[in-house]
Design a protein around this ligand. Structure first.
Ligand code: AMP
Length: 401
């Protein structure tokens, strides 16, 4: 079964064509600068040279029509005809309160997604545009939505209700939703598999540390808490986002003359690694500067590690134990210094890593990093959200064929 996975952002669209159930990637690529100047598509096929084309991409539908053209191109393509695509899986950042698991997309689902654009203004419209584009171009092909929030829908009320007037939850849907759920779900299930255990028997903390970062506590396969909240702004320091700060800082700054929009931009785009270091939102650049003695870069990295440690400690308390700690995503998978620092002085919790193994592991490895006598197993598991989306899509699409 061939499954096309689409991840539509505000000005970009990523795609991957999978051969399921094995998960072989036949082709993948990225459309950039949709609806702005300088559009381009990079198209990749394993073992072949990448192809890049500059092309005006007026909207998501135009980008999708290019993707289908490339996938079926006699020279650059990997399939002879669009009809070979059996299903399309869409990554959707927000499933609101209703979409608690992956589902087939129909008019009702699209209508619901429109109704929650208000709480998902950045990611909702492009995801819907991707779905509507596919509907037009691939009329009869079943489509599945896989929601970043749905894995977190098992959280208990005391974890997702904020201690503010309850009516704000009832009337405006203000609650913790959590994000990166597909990644947390993939690595949690994968680590259980690697440990040869049932996920139902494990207490796991997954650290998805990338440009955006979130940490999740999973007890018996069910999320009990996660660091991102109503929006992806909450939690630990990220590339350009502050993570959790005292909310009164915002009203104070507004009292000093900043507008709500400026405060939001400051928290979302000018904070985190970038804001503290003054150097970059890219952790590699901050790490390089820190290694050269740049004080604020060093401080930014210390704040990041300290924040991660505090979440790990609080989630161990929430679950009354821990069997596996997992690092994933760009920073979690690649930054060995961060893994070493986060796991340092955590022996009270039974967390200790084999520092030599941590130093020498090749990139992209799946590995148990734990010191031989550690009670908690610390793992490095590269994430694969697209494969998880393809898996859900294949399963649901088979049910309608
Ligand atoms: P992601 O959002 O998962 O793509 O992760 C992006 C982040 O991973 C960026 O901050 C990158 O700088 C970071 N990253 C990627 N490779 C490395 C590396 N070798 N060392 C440190 N950070 C890295």
């Amino acid at each position: 079964m061939k499954v096309l996975v689409i991840n539509a952002g505000s000005s970009s669209l990523k795609y991957q064509l999978f051969d399921m159930p094995g998960g072989e990637v036949l082709a993948k690529g990225l459309c950039e600068c949709i609806a702005i100047e300088g559009g381009s598509i990079t198209h990749k096929r394993p073992g072949k040279e990448n192809y890049k084309v500059s092309v005006q991409l007026d909207d998501h539908e135009t980008a999708l029509s290019w993707v289908l053209k490339l996938l079926t191109d006699p020279e650059l393509g990997v399939i002879a005809d669009i009809s070979e695509i059996d299903a399309v899986g869409h990554r959707v950042a927000h499933g609101g309160e209703k979409l608690k698991q992956s589902c087939l997309i129909d008019d009702e689902v699209i209508k619901y997604l429109y109704s929650i654009v208000k709480i998902n203004p950045l990611h909702g419209p492009p995801a819907i545009a991707g779905m509507e584009g596919c509907r037009k171009l691939m009329k009869e092909v079943p489509m599945v939505g896989v929601f970043d929030t749905s894995f977190h829908s098992t959280m208990p009320e005391h974890a997702y209700i904020y201690p503010i007037p309850y009516e704000l939850y009832e009337e405006k849907g203000i609650r913790r939703y959590g994000f990166h759920g597909t990644s947390h779900r993939y690595v949690a299930n994968r680590v259980a598999e690697l440990m040869g255990k049932n996920i139902e028997d494990l207490k796991i903390i997954t650290c998805h540390l990338g440009n955006g970062s979130s940490i999740t506590a999973i007890d018996g396969g069910k999320v009990v808490d996660t660091s991102m909240g109503f929006t992806p702004q909450e939690g630990i320091l990220m590339g350009t986002r502050s993570g959790t700060v005292d909310p009164t800082i915002l009203t104070y700054l507004m009292g000093e003359g900043m507008t709500a929009k400026e405060v939001e931009q400051m928290l979302n785009k000018k904070s985190g690694l970038l804001g503290v270091s003054g150097i970059s939102s890219d952790s590699r650049a901050v790490c390089d500067a820190a290694a050269e003695g740049h004080k604020r870069a060093q401080l930014a990295l210390r704040i990041q590690c300290y924040g991660i440690k505090k979440y790990i400690g609080s989630y161990i308390a929430a679950m009354n134990g821990l069997d596996a700690l997992v690092f994933t995503a760009g920073i979690g998978e690649n930054d060995r210094d961060l893994r070493r620092e986060v796991c340092r002085n955590m022996d009270y919790f039974g967390i200790a890593i084999d520092e030599q193994l941590n130093e020498t592991l090749p990139r992209g490895s799946e590995a148990d990093l734990s010191a031989a006598d550690a009670r908690v197993r610390t793992w490095l598991v590269p994430t694969d959200e697209e494969f998880m989306i393809a898996k859900d899509t294949a399963k649901l699409a088979s049910s309608v064929k």
